[in-house]
Every structure is written in C-alpha cells, then in structure tokens.
Design a protein around this ligand. Structure first.
Ligand code: S3P
Length: 178
C-alpha cells in the first residue's frame, strides 16, 4: 500500500521547513535541479491565491488571514508529484499544517544558526515578521520544537546549497542526476 494518500511514495513531494533565512528556497531550487523535479515556493503559491504580495496580505488583512491562505495553499500541494516545496518559516509551526503534510510527503528541517539566518536576511523589507536580533532568537526558540518534528534534519549553516541538496537526496534515498 502506498505510504501517501494519492501517489507512490517515490514521487511524493519533499517539503523544506525552517526559519527565515535558513536557505529553504536556494537549497530547494538546487535539490529540484539535481533530482530533475519541479520547484515551488509556498509564499509564491500564497501570493498567486491572494493576488497580492505576502507583505500586502500582512499589511491589509493581518497575520491570521495570511495563515489562512497559507493553510489552503499548503493543502493544495497534495496535487503535486516529483516536486520540492520551500515552506515559509511559520508554516510548519501549525499543528494542522504538520498533520496535512504527513499525508502529502516528506519534510526536511534546514536547521541553521540564528546568526547565519540574520546575516542573510537583515534589511529585507519583504519579510513582515523580521525584527531585532533578540526577537528573532526568541521566535526561533519558540518554533524549534515544531521544526524538530520534521522527518529529517540537515545542518544548513555551513554548506553550499548544492552540497546540502546532495545530502538531502541521500537522506531520502534518491539519486541526484547532476
Ligand atoms: C514567515 C516567513 C516568510 C513568509 C512570511 C512569514 C514566518 O517566509 O512566509 O513572511 O512566519 O517565519 P520565509 O521563511 O521564506 O522568509
């Protein structure tokens, strides 16, 4: 019997989870390239659904509306096969989302030191929740126990996206084509 609801386990999507700046999008693109799979960024899927930017959703309707669209966009990923999806940093914090993902595919936590995340994203105005270092440390601390429930974990602070993609492919028992 297949491990996932709709598709053979070998074709089930791979979701990258972790904090803002952990490298989910860059590593996800590299992994998709290596596996010759499709790549999606959940924030892009949210923006398509809402018809506006993440920033505009937060500013106009607040975080709860953003999380509602995020839940819907995430559920729609059950239609994807042979795809790598980078989740936004808060998506895997929701228990409802974690339960949905268990039936859709495999999850990999890119565990990255907060200093590295902050160095990568400081000054980026497109992230509504980005604030000072103390607040970011506290937020990561709060989210750690959720991220730790992913199926796999890789340390993402010190390696290139290509090296991390190879590590993830191996962890998942997949062979990279490039
Ligand atoms: C968020 C992270 C963002 C985006 C939104 C909320 C979060 O994605 O989904 O701004 O709650 O951590 P990235 O992790 O890609 O920055």
């Amino acid at each position: 019997m297949a491990e996932f609801d709709n598709i053979p386990a070998a074709d089930a999507p791979i979701f990258l989870v972790g904090f803002m700046g952990a490298g989910k999008t860059t590593v996800g693109r590299a992994l998709a390239r290596q596996l010759e799979w499709d790549f999606f960024d959940l924030d892009d899927l949210i923006e398509q659904r809402a018809g506006k930017s993440v920033q505009a959703i937060f500013a106009g309707s607040g975080e709860s509306e953003f999380r509602r669209v995020e839940r819907e966009a995430l559920k729609s990923c059950s239609e994807l096969v042979r795809s790598v999806i980078a989740l936004g940093g808060g998506a895997y914090v929701s228990e409802e989302n974690r339960n949905s993902l268990r039936g859709i595919g495999k999850t990999v936590w890119l565990d990255c030191p907060v200093e590295v995340c902050l160095r990568r994203i400081s000054g980026d105005r497109s992230r509504p929740l980005l604030s000072g270092e103390d607040e970011m440390r506290a937020l990561l601390e709060l989210r750690g126990s959720a991220y730790a429930q992913a199926d796999f974990v890789v340390q993402s602070g010190n390696h290139t996206p290509e090296v991390l993609a190879i590590e993830i492919a191996k962890l998942l028992g997949k062979s990279a084509t490039s």
